[in-house]
Design a protein around this ligand. Structure first.
Ligand code: PBG
Length: 323
């Protein structure tokens, strides 16, 4: 053939491909989410998330120290709260003596240089299983925001570096920023779950925490999967109210949203490669349907290519080995 232009030349060897790659993935782009329970030495595998565990206070900390040694630097901690400790006011969320708060302090003592990220939402502590308070069957906005702002201050006081409101109540970023500043935590960052969708892909996470909503669903606060323009509206509001980083969640079924938000946003963009996305690959690999490492790394690269600056992913610990 008389071809002047042959794109295959740019793919002809490993070194050519490495030098011309448009997207990169490295450990400093990953945040490792972990589930922490009250018992000291627990290590209980989550049935729907093979390879992920409910960890105890001590065993969890030593796992995170291993992760630090392996090169991971940023960690998102989620509490596994026993049913008996949940109530309709989600009291545990603002309790400065909660085991989660003790864990944060131990974490900062053991790993002072690591970035500690905490979820700000009521669902792990709420007997209704919703991210906000429930009154007369409705998830109320403004009263929930008051509790979320207090929760953020309790977390920041325990040493949390980034608070991450994941509740999707209106006005919570501004309220959290104001409460943090008034309490002298102007250096605490806000990672806002700005475009968080009402998604089926959170199933395994809700298994891990036993935090599924006890009635109804989360559609009056989490976004409708049919919308992406609305993601820009949510992102703009969060940036105006003081978000340092905005997030799109889930990631893989929302790559277009990540790309759109990235073009629009003046702050860094995070994406959450959620539990269901992890489970899909993990379980398919266990069934022999695909190669786990290649499929996991390909999806992480896809999320980066779409525009994510940083990715929360359950693959982070394994990726430390792979990369
Ligand atoms: C709680 C929260 C959820 C996730 C992160 N924070 C679940 C939910 O909104 O129901 C999901 C994470 C995952 O699936 O990996 N607000």
């Amino acid at each position: 053939m008389d071809l002047k232009i042959r794109p295959r030349r740019n793919r002809k060897s490993d070194s050519v491909r490495e030098s011309l790659a448009e997207t990169s993935l490295s450990l400093n782009k990953l945040i490792y989410p972990i589930f922490i329970a009250e018992d000291a030495n627990l290590k209980q595998e989550i049935r729907t998330m093979p390879g992920q565990h409910r960890w105890g206070q001590k065993s969890g900390l030593s796992h995170l120290q291993d992760a630090w040694k392996a090169g991971l630097r940023q960690f998102a901690v989620f509490p596994v709260v026993p049913e008996a400790q949940k109530d309709k006011k989600a009291s545990g969320a603002t309790d400065p003596d909660h085991f989660l708060i003790r864990f944060f302090k131990d974490f900062k003592n053991a790993l002072p240089e690591a970035t500690l990220i905490s979820d700000i939402a009521l669902d792990p502590f709420n007997s209704d299983g919703h991210d906000g308070l429930v009154r007369d069957g409705l998830i109320v906005n403004d009263a929930s925001v008051d509790v979320l702002a207090k929760m953020a201050v309790v977390h920041a006081s325990a040493g949390v570096d980034w608070v991450a409101p994941s509740d999707m109540m209106d006005g919570r970023i501004g309220a959290v920023r104001k409460a943090l500043d008034e309490a002298g935590h102007e250096d605490t960052s806000i990672l806002a779950y700005s475009a968080k969708y009402a998604s089926a892909f959170y199933g395994p996470f809700r298994d891990a925490l036993d935090s599924a909503p006890r009635f109804g669903d989360k559609k009056t606060y989490q976004m409708d999967p049919r919308n992406s323009r609305e993601a820009l509206r949510e992102t703009r509001l969060d940036i105006q109210q003081g978000a340092d980083i905005v997030m799109v969640k889930p990631a893989l079924a929302y790559l277009d949203v990540i790309q759109r938000v990235k073009r629009f946003s003046e702050v860094p963009v995070a994406a959450y490669n959620v539990s269901g996305e992890y489970a899909m690959i993990k379980l398919a690999a266990q069934a022999g349907a695909l190669d786990e490492k290649r499929a996991a790394l390909e999806s992480l690269i896809a999320i980066r290519r779409a525009g994510a600056d940083v990715i929360l992913s359950y693959w982070a610990f394994q990726a430390a080995d792979w990369l």
